[in-house]
Design a protein around this ligand. Structure first.
Ligand code: PEP
Ligand code: MG
Length: 544
């Protein structure tokens, strides 16, 4: 038995086989060949295999996400058959006498460069697609073994770290736990684990990666942050007992469904849920959340290989609003950049991405993206109770510009005779110290604040939320953060606005009393933590 200890970021226990996360990247070498015909035949075989894979993905996507979203895979199939693309591969093999992999890789680079240099935004975005299909063909050529998660077994995913764009592609039904060598408590892998109610451990270090192998049996204890590889019988027995007790405790919380979020002395608070996708609505309803306090809309962009259209977005927002049947749904506008990178945005590499071109900064400088999203949101608003929230605010000027865009979109829709609700609430995230400090100026301009403690902590304590090496300096209960929240709450209430917390701290039950004493009106947490927070609220007595 080998034991590694890191930091548990979601308390749960799971046992099963390890699957080491593989990035679909292969390094391609240039090899001279005699038999170019054989290489040409290999390309044809790999293309046929790729097309068959894409057909399967297309059909799955058609069922799960609909025609518009599945379309991209049909485009990929057409691209594989494109004459210019095929002629280029053929000519490289024949004239240079090289291997198929090399010809595909060079063709991919040339075509991607050509697409990137085009003025038309649609054609520019095709650069990512040509890389994508070429990578698929190269993988088929390299005859790479099927990854462990190709089977039906659920697995413990072990990785160096996982980017949000990688987590969206994982088949979530097959994941038992996340275990990473790096990462941080506020990373999106941790957030995803909480959403999925599965254990997650981060920061196990470099040695873990070299020790762990596909197919090993392991038990993950997200409470202690330990992973036991090939556990001995005694350890396994103890942990299975612990898992049973844990599940029973979680089961007990189920009795709180349908009960109010009210303290022993009668003070109430709203407990909402955070989601990243329409697929999470089931968990929101099952855990009896009072609404959705944060829909991270950027995941719609992360899941796509091109800018989601107004229609695609409208369909997603409408579905969330309808499913929540009149309960409040707060959708946050796009928060791309920093740790959430999307190729087709073509964002430049930055020295300090967290301090760079992200979120509202992209929206205010690329209004065509922002207005498409706002139009979809306003159109969807008639299907439920919508709140729109803007991320990464630092100034009054930004908010004035945002509100002007909202007015512009409303005027356009009115002129087109398209309906929208006149009851939409507009709010901002308080996730920079600047926003908290000027919350007295911002509050009169909005209906609500929602505190993003993940970023507020990173910016207040100057601690990169992605860097596990500095976690010891990142005191999530730091008085500075709590004072900024309290200050924002006072300013919100003085100006008739309400205030919620949607960062991970909202679910920290050691702070529930303090938050309630500050007058926080809403806590928005991962769906699986709603009942735990309800339990904490119901055991408080604020009259003492
Ligand atoms: C936050 O910063 O606290 C937040 C909720 O937003 P995200 O984690 O998506 O940056
Ligand atoms: Mg944030």
């Amino acid at each position: 038995m080998t034991v590694f200890k890191g930091k548990g970021v979601y308390g749960a226990i799971a046992s099963g086989k390890i699957s080491v996360f593989k990035r679909n990247e292969v390094s391609v070498k240039r090899v001279s060949v005699e038999d170019t015909d054989a290489e040409l035949a290999r390309v044809e075989d790999a293309k046929a295999q790729s097309t068959a894979q894409l057909q399967e993905i297309y059909e799955k996507a058609l069922k799960e996400v609909g025609e518009a979203n599945a379309q991209i895979f049909a485009i990929h199939m057409m691209m594989i058959d494109d004459d210019d693309y095929n002629e280029s591969m053929q000519s490289i093999i024949e004239t240079q006498g090289v291997n198929a992999e090399y010809a595909v890789a060079v063709t991919a680079d040339n075509f991607a460069e050509m697409f990137s240099s085009m003025d038309d935004a649609y054609m520019k975005a095709r650069a990512v697609d040509v890389k994508d299909i070429s990578n698929r063909i190269i993988l088929c050529l390299s005859d790479s073994e099927e990854s462990a998660d190709a089977s039906d077994d659920k697995v413990i995913i072990c990785a160096d770290d996982l980017a949000p764009s990688e987590t969206v592609l994982l088949d979530k039904d097959k994941v038992l736990a996340f275990v990473t060598a790096y990462g941080s408590s506020n990373s999106h892998t941790a957030i995803l684990a909480r959403n999925m109610n599965i254990p997650a451990i981060i920061g196990l270090g470099e040695e873990f990666l070299s020790a762990v192998k596909d197919g090993q049996q392991a038990i993950v204890d997200g409470y202690t942050g330990e992973i036991f590889i090939e556990p001995d019988a005694e350890t396994a027995e103890k942990l299975i007992e612990k898992q049973k007790a844990d599940e029973e405790k979680k089961q007990l919380l189920q009795n709180l469904k349908g009960k109010e979020n009210v303290t022993l002395d009668g003070k109430k608070i709203n407990i909402y849920a955070n989601i990243g996708s329409v697929d999470n609505i089931g968990a929101v309803l099952m855990n009896d959340a009072g609404g959705i306090g944060l829909f991270r809309s950027e995941f719609l962009y992360l899941e796509n290989s091109d800018y989601p259209t107004e229609e695609q977005q409208f369909a997603a927002y409408k579905k969330v609003l309808e499913s929540m049947a009149g309960k409040k749904v707060i959708i946050r506008t796009l928060d791309i950049g920093a740790d959430k990178q999307v190729d087709y945005f073509n964002l430049a590499k930055e020295e300090n991405p967290a301090l760079g071109y992200r979120a509202i900064r992209i929206c205010l400088t690329r209004p065509e993206i922002f207005k498409t999203q706002l139009r979809a949101l306003y159109r969807a608003s008639v299907f439920g109770t919508l709140g729109i929230m803007f991320p990464m605010i630092t100034s009054v000027t930004e908010l004035q510009q945002i509100l002007a865009y909202c007015d512009e979109v409303k005027a356009e829709l009115k002129a087109e005779g398209i309906e929208y609700s006149d009851k939409i609430e507009l709010g901002i995230m308080i996730e920079t110290p600047a926003a908290a400090v000027i919350s007295d100026l911002l509050a009169p301009m909005v209906d609500f604040f929602s505190v993003g403690t993940n970023d507020l902590t990173q910016y207040t304590l100057a601690c990169d939320r992605q860097n596990p090496n500095i976690e010891q300096f990142c005191d999530i209960h730091h008085e500075a953060i709590l004072r900024l929240i309290e200050m924002s709450a006072q300013n919100a209430h003085k100006n008739g606005a309400w205030i919620g917390i949607c960062g991970e701290l909202a679910a920290d039950t050691t702070l529930t009393e303090r938050f309630m004493r500050m007058g926080i009106d809403e806590l928005s947490v991962s769906p699986t933590l709603v009942l735990k927070v309800r339990n904490a609220v119901r055991n408080l007595d604020l009259s003492e």
